[in-house]
Design a protein around this ligand. Structure first.
Ligand code: DGL
Length: 252
């Protein structure tokens, strides 16, 4: 097999901190890479924007990404993937990977509720996913305030507040259709007492498959640049990721 000896350049994009949960999975699988994390924290939530507004925002970031000549771009935002991935792929000539709700494995486990932002829930892309993989027993439930609460309170999450923002569901499995929700996966699991799925591992695996021709055997540590939005906050959240993911009550 012919290996590309360059270090891959990977650009991730989310409205705010949510995509850091996917970046974390990518870095674990592909440590020998240079990462650029683009965010727009001051404009969260993207989940209540129109598809037109979302495309304008995403295209602005993709213009910056294209200047870096990336090996791949990762849309670490279900909302932007659902509303914008097709036009972005048509316009830009680098590989674009997008996170989507993990409906296929969840629906195989039983009836399933997909928690998502209003924009993701309304999108044709997710309606198509439900038809294709939902086995006739999958419903998408919009959550209006959850992503904004997590974005605003990440260093002091109140589990009771999360539970108060979770909708009632009638399903055997839960899918997290927004990367922000992955920060509180443990709280959600405890609340519903159901298996909880997210698309982070699958998306990171997909990225690894796409970058398969790079030689990942370098000794180099990952380099991560934070660009846009509240860069300091994103850096701080990423360096406390283990603690945040493993804790119910987080106080820093
Ligand atoms: N993290 C994003 C998603 O996966 C969007 C959160 C928001 O800004 O509404 O959908």
């Amino acid at each position: 097999m012919h290996f590309n000896s360059e270090i891959p350049k990977i650009c991730c994009f989310d409205s705010g901190i949510g995509g850091l949960t996917l970046l974390y999975e990518c870095v674990r699988r592909l440590p020998c890479a240079e990462y650029f994390y683009f965010a727009d924290n001051y404009n969260v939530p993207y989940g209540s924007m129109s598809s037109h507004q979302l495309l304008e925002k995403a295209d602005g970031v993709f213009k910056q990404i294209s200047l870096l000549n990336p090996s791949a771009a990762v849309i670490a935002c279900n909302t932007v993937t659902a509303q914008c991935i097709a036009p972005l792929r048509r316009k830009y000539n680098f590989p674009v990977v997008g996170i989507q709700p993990a409906i296929k494995p969840a629906a195989a486990a039983g009836s399933c509720a997909v928690l998502a932002t209003p924009s993701t829930a309304e999108s044709n892309a997710v309606k198509q996913l439900v038809l294709r993989y939902g086995m006739g027993r999958t419903r998408v439930v919009p959550c209006r305030e959850l992503a904004a609460y997590i974005e605003g309170n990440i260093f002091n999450i109140e589990p009771e507040k999360i539970c108060a923002l979770l909708p009632q569901i009638d399903a055997e499995a839960v899918v997290l259709g927004c990367t922000h929700y992955s920060f509180v996966k443990k709280i959600i699991k405890k609340h519903y007492k159901r298996p909880v799925f997210d698309g982070n591992a699958g998306t990171a695996e997909h990225l690894r498959a796409i970058l398969g021709t790079f030689d990942h055997r370098h000794e180099k540590l990952p380099e991560i640049h934070f660009i846009g939005g509240d860069e300091e906050k994103n850096r701080r959240v990423f360096s406390n990721m283990e603690a945040i993911l493993n804790s119910g009550k987080i106080t820093f």
